[in-house]
Design a protein around this ligand. Structure first.
Ligand code: C2E
Ligand code: MG
Ligand code: MG
Length: 651
């Protein structure tokens, strides 16, 4: 038979190229790389066996020696080729990060081993009883009935791999899934061609093309490693974190956050900062290796490093963390600069600690703010049962429950007018009471709601509730000119904010002047264009605006000037510092400046009679005085009915 040998030659070239590339880049360590390397080697031996068989068959003289060599070539080909699909099943499990699922299922491992051994046994028996194939003295290849077993076993492993891909489809990116699946149609087509045209030796070429695809798309470490930092990239880290949560596999995660990374960057400049990060990556990795902490190191941006292990390795992670802690406590020199890092270290153990990605991600990126500011090694397990963390993790459910089952309530804090000497308005403040966690302060849940998007539903609920309250009670009789409602930053950029408020005013039959919306400076800054548009439209309708917490941010005075703001609320930090004479000068001058700009001024957080007195004594109608005072000294925020009673009593 005249065989086509070019496909085999191409396959050999492709495989040799990638084997060499793995060897040169030393990318053989790690289960996934090791499996890939094994498959490449097996494919290479199978291709060489096939090529040898073809060359002998077409060129060597018919003799017993040729017959034996052809037999050996066929054995090599069958053995190697038949090992590829079982290893490929393992490769799928490691590539999609569910190796642990296989490890725990002993029966699957037994099936794998048995199916793997059958062809080997069959080939050994074939020497004595040629039931798989035989080579005739005339160099003819004759297949026996046992060849079917090889096809059957290949089918078992193919179905196994496809089922694994289907079963774990949610844990893997679609592009990776497609690449992993790609091998099967390619091999099936090649096998069919070779079955009907045995002279076209295309099967190994099909397999080597599939391998090439993996090498280029999945295995390409250049896509994963950030060469600047010398650690795996953020995106790869996120994918693996997601995978850890979805599969519930055990993993010990070690987080190291350099909290002064901004300062170090400013001091070193970008290029030397990268050298510094690179140095840290190298040190961290060798420390992990010396403690046998088998984990990949990721750089998760902004000074955050994360080690992700494939199994439970608390002890090794702790020892590594301790060495990193000691190392970072020392001063290091980078390109002639001396650097001292300020680091926080925390260990997470999954699946015990987190069962949803968002909570874990939020925690990992902010643990340096939410856990105690200490240089000791922190274990999340020690904190996770504290109410604050339990609330953080459950907040999505808590908020959804509160919206549907009256868990929210509006309180009202009366605001005193120093001009009229009476309470003229009030601030609406939300309260959250949960059946399991009790009272949850807005300072805790509003920022989280802003992160997870539930702030829009909360904001809607607040507007409706306050508007209804105002329409059900006679504001004029209570002496209330308007009610102030806090708008969160994300609400300010809602494109339909104006329409919704207009609609609510109509439904509840209220005048726009009865509403004052409080903005914060972050809101005014996030998306100036859309905030401007919303604020200006609402202001033109007659709604009042106040700027809340003035003095806490960097107080962008340009925004105060450019937005149609009627009132500026000085933050309570001014009151806390007012006994400092220098600070008092700042307060007086700030008030004067705002008044000259035509703004009304309110001071928040007045708690004591002395503080109230000091503000009341300022001539509020002149430039030095603030017109409004709000604080516990006058009244704490009250539930709606108590607030009405209070207002009636103080008319
Ligand atoms: P804020 O808008 O600055 O509200 C004033 C906060 O100061 C309220 O805290 C109020 O109870 C508290 N406060 C009033 N007088 C005093 C005082 O004399 N001393 C002290 N130490 N505190 C005083 P609260 O109700 O816990 O709200 C905290 C923050 O949560 C609010 O700050 C606001 O930013 C946000 N928030 C509250 N309700 C809502 C709401 O309905 N929507 C939105 N988006 N945010 C809200
Ligand atoms: Mg406010
Ligand atoms: Mg405030």
């Amino acid at each position: 038979m005249n065989y086509t040998i070019y496909f085999d030659i191409c396959a050999i070239l492709i495989l040799v190229f990638f084997i060499l590339s793995l060897l040169i880049r030393r990318k053989i360590a790690g289960r996934n790389n090791y499996l890939m390397f094994s498959m490449l080697l097996l494919a290479l031996t199978a291709s060489v066996g096939d090529l040898a068989f073809v060359l002998l068959s077409d060129n060597a003289p018919a003799s017993t020696v040729t017959q034996i060599w052809m037999h050996i070539s066929c054995d090599i080909y069958f053995l190697s080729r038949n090992m590829i699909l079982p290893i490929y099943v393992f490769f799928i499990y490691t590539s999609i990060g569910v190796w642990h699922a296989l490890q725990t299922k002993k029966h699957l491992l037994i099936i794998w081993t048995v199916c793997d051994l059958i062809p080997i046994v069959a080939l050994i028996l074939n020497i004595f009883l040629p039931a798989v194939f035989r080579i005739t003295p005339a160099k003819e290849y004759v297949s026996g009935p046992m060849t079917m077993i090889f096809h059957l076993i290949a089918l078992v492993f193919a179905v196994w791999g496809i089922l694994a891909l289907i079963r774990y489809r949610k844990t893997v990116r679609i592009d990776k899934m497609i690449v992993l699946f790609f091998l099967y149609p390619l091999v099936i087509i090649a096998v069919l061609i070779q079955l009907y045209h045995p002279e076209i030796r295309v099967e190994m070429f099909g397999i080597s093309v599939a391998m090439m695809t993996f090498m280029i798309s999945i295995q390409s470490s250049e896509n994963l490693v950030d060469p600047m930092v010398g650690a795996l990239r953020y995106s790869a880290g996120i994918e693996n974190l997601l995978n850890i949560i979805k599969t519930g596999k055990p993993s010990t995660i070690l987080l190291v956050r350099i909290v002064n990374t901004g300062n170090i960057l400013m001091y070193l400049g970008q290029e030397i900062h990268n050298h510094y990060l690179n140095k840290l990556s190298g040190q961290f990795r060798s420390m992990a290796a010396s403690h046998r902490y088998r984990a990949d190191l990721y750089y998760l941006e902004h000074g955050l490093y994360g080690f992700l292990s494939e199994d439970d390795q608390l002890e090794a992670a702790y020892e590594t963390a301790d060495e990193i802690r000691h190392y970072l406590a020392l001063q290091h020199s980078v390109d002639d600069f001396d650097v001292l890092a300020d680091a926080r270290i925390c260990i997470i153990q999954n699946p015990d600690d987190f069962d949803d990605f968002q909570s874990m991600f939020n925690f990992a990126t902010s643990f340096h703010l939410t856990l105690p500011a200490t240089r000791k090694i922190l274990l999340y397990a020690d904190y996770k049962d504290q109410p604050e963390f339990r609330i953080r993790n459950d907040l999505d459910d808590i908020i959804a429950k509160a919206i549907s089952s009256e868990g929210f309530e509006m309180y009202y804090q009366p605001i005193y007018s120093a001009v009229e000497n009476r309470f003229v308005c009030a601030e609406a403040l939300i309260r959250l009471q949960d059946a399991d966690y009790g009272f949850i302060p807005p300072a805790l849940f509003i920022p989280i709601a802003e992160q997870n998007g539930s702030i829009h539903a909360i904001g809607d609920w607040v507007l409706r509730n306050v508007f209804r309250f105002m329409s059900e009670n006679n504001m004029y009789e209570l002496g209330l000119n308007y009610i102030e409602i806090n708008l969160s930053a994300s609400q300010c950029i809602e494109p339909d904010l104006v329409d919704r408020i207009e609609h609510l005013l109509e439904v509840y039959n209220l005048m726009p002047e009865q509403i004052s919306l409080e903005l914060t400076e972050t809101a005014a800054d996030i998306d100036p264009e859309i905030v401007d548009r919303n604020v200006k439209k609402l202001h033109n309708m007659g709604i009042r605006f106040a700027l809340d917490d003035y003095g806490t941010g960097y107080s962008n005075i340009r925004r105060v000037v450019s937005l149609p703001i009627d009132q500026v609320k000085l933050d309570k930090s001014f009151v806390e510092a007012m006994n400092d004479p220098q600070m008092w000068i700042v307060i007086e001058d700030t008030i004067t400046m705002l008044k000259e700009m035509g703004k009304e001024v309110l001071i928040e957080g007045v708690e004591t009679p002395e503080n109230a007195d000091k503000f009341l004594k300022l001539k509020c109608d002149l430039l030095q005085g603030c017109e409004y005072i709000q604080g516990f000294f006058f009244c704490r925020p009250l539930p709606a009915d108590e607030f009405i009673e209070f207002m009636r009593a103080h008319r």
